[in-house]
Design a protein. Structure first.
Length: 165
């Protein structure tokens, strides 16, 4: 008999007369009721909802800009999905994860940031390289900037004169 733990252990479930089914969380090492557990679809590992919420919160806050949250299981390649975890997480963490997923879906060529340091909102350049729009308003801070030079709006000065275009 090997003393090494199995790589994909199944939750320990016991059912005795008058006692509800309980599962073991490998993170906090506590037995929890089945309805307090969260099962990861990608790999079938189960952990208690509190531990999963903490795991996701830490990973999202630490791993920006990478929006992938891996299963906490040892040597497991499973990945957690926002859609299945959302109801178990604090709202601000779900919103942060959603923002990271959206940002990851936009190519580097399309992405730029508001030039105002106290804003720096991520914006998308959908001009397709055209010479059209230059004066833009940031939808977050509502200040004007040049969409060609990516600097605060240079009133009365063309991009070439300003040195940004």
């Amino acid at each position: 008999p090997s003393s090494e733990p199995p790589t994909h252990p199944e939750p320990i479930t016991t059912k005795e007369s008058g006692e509800s089914s309980q599962c073991f969380c490998e993170i906090c090492s506590e037995k929890k009721e089945a309805d307090e557990m969260f099962r990861i679809d990608a790999c079938s590992h189960s952990y208690c909802s509190i531990c999963i919420a903490k795991h996701v919160t830490i990973k999202i806050r630490e791993s920006a800009p990478e929006p992938v949250v891996a299963c906490p299981g040892f040597a497991c390649g499973g990945v957690l999905e926002l859609s299945t975890c959302r109801s178990r997480m604090p709202g601000e963490v779900a919103a942060m994860w959603e923002d990271l997923l959206c940002e990851a879906a936009i190519t580097a060529e399309e992405k730029f940031y508001c030039p105002f340091r106290d804003c720096s909102a991520m914006l998308v350049n959908d001009d397709d390289g055209g010479e059209g729009i230059t004066e833009c308003e940031c939808p977050v801070c509502h200040r004007l900037f040049c969409a060609r030079c990516y600097v605060p709006w240079h009133v009365g000065v063309g991009c070439e004169e300003f040195g940004g275009g």
